[in-house]
Design a protein around this ligand. Structure first.
Ligand SMILES: NC(=O)c1ccc[n+]([C@@H]2O[C@H](COP(=O)([O-])OP(=O)(O)OC[C@H]3O[C@@H](n4cnc5c(N)ncnc54)[C@H](O)[C@@H]3O)[C@@H](O)[C@H]2O)c1
Length: 258
């Protein structure tokens, strides 16, 4: 068992998706209370049915300030505190060169990937700062937050922004007892990779299967990650196992980076 998770309360956004649901499962198995946040009601219902007790699902849009405050209030009114926050909800961009980028796509990606991280961080810090044990925040960025690739500049820029937010936030919160870190996955076996594979394959004149095979070959561990491998790292950072880790970008990429 990871130290410092049992009996504490975690908010996880994107909880109906691949990595978010895996983090909910892992933190729940470690004994945490879970507030699972997503737009996907059916996915949330399935997660609640699976986990049973110590979980509350909130259908909310993480880009909305009032809804964000409301799911933080739900955590405190239901379980008494917010000790861990996994800011994980995110969307992929369409695959397109910068010369043809689409403003509507930029706004959607930056709202979901960046604005939501600011809203959630702000709500978390205001609550955690008043708690005797402070708290922990983990953002899901990406290896795309550390390097660029053609065709995915909007997604890449959004994940660089998440890392920039974390690097400023951690300097504000260290003295408040709030540890802040980023988990930065490489390719993970979730829904999100499918449209990216299709778009990048088209850009490179191959098909999605060919692109997936080529990308897997480029990864030293020769495969995509499973979502629970990212969840394990997020849970570790949210636990008391690593009390001196603060301001870190922990890549989980099977050797893809650097
Ligand atoms: N899959 C990968 O290869 C990969 C790699 C690196 C980083 N990531 C990041 O991991 C995180 C999770 O992605 P995933 O792979 O689990 O994808 P996913 O599509 O399975 O999950 C994303 C979840 O976010 C939810 N969501 C989207 N917009 C929302 C909104 N406005 N409000 C509330 N919920 C919203 C979706 O409903 C979905 O359940 C994302 O931030 C993503 O950028 C994924």
């Amino acid at each position: 068992m990871l130290k410092g998770i049992a009996g504490r309360t975690a908010i996880v956004t994107g909880a109906a998706g691949g990595i978010g649901s895996a983090t909910c499962r892992r933190l729940h198995a470690e004994g945490a209370n879970i507030v699972a946040v997503d737009l996907d009601q059916a996915g949330l219902d399935a997660l609640v049915a699976e986990l049973g007790d110590r979980i509350v699902a909130v259908r909310a849009d993480v880009t909305n300030p009032e809804q964000t405050e409301a799911f933080f209030d739900t955590a405190v009114s239901t379980f008494g505190s917010v000790d861990m926050f996994h800011a994980n909800a995110g969307v992929e961009s369409t695959v397109v060169p910068v010369a043809n980028f689409d403003i509507a796509d930029w706004q959607k990606v930056f709202n979901v990937n960046v604005l939501s991280a600011f809203l959630g961080a702000s709500a978390a810090v205001r609550r955690m700062a008043t708690q005797p044990d402070g708290g922990k925040i983990v953002f899901t960025a990406s290896i795309a937050g550390l390097k660029g690739d053609p065709g995915v500049s909007v997604y890449v820029a959004s994940k660089h922004a998440v890392i920039g937010l974390m690097r400023s936030l951690m300097k504000e919160t260290g003295a408040l007892g709030i540890r802040v870190n980023v988990v930065a996955p490489g390719p993970v076996e979730t829904r999100m990779m499918r449209p990216l594979e299709e778009g990048l394959a088209a850009l490179m004149g191959t098909d999605a299967a060919g692109f997936q095979a080529a990308l897997s070959t480029a990864i030293p561990l020769a495969r995509y990650a499973e979502a629970d491998e990212i969840a394990a790292t997020a849970a570790w950072l949210l636990s008391d196992e690593v009390p001196y880790m603060h301001g870190e970008v922990v890549t989980v990429g099977g050797g893809l980076y650097p």
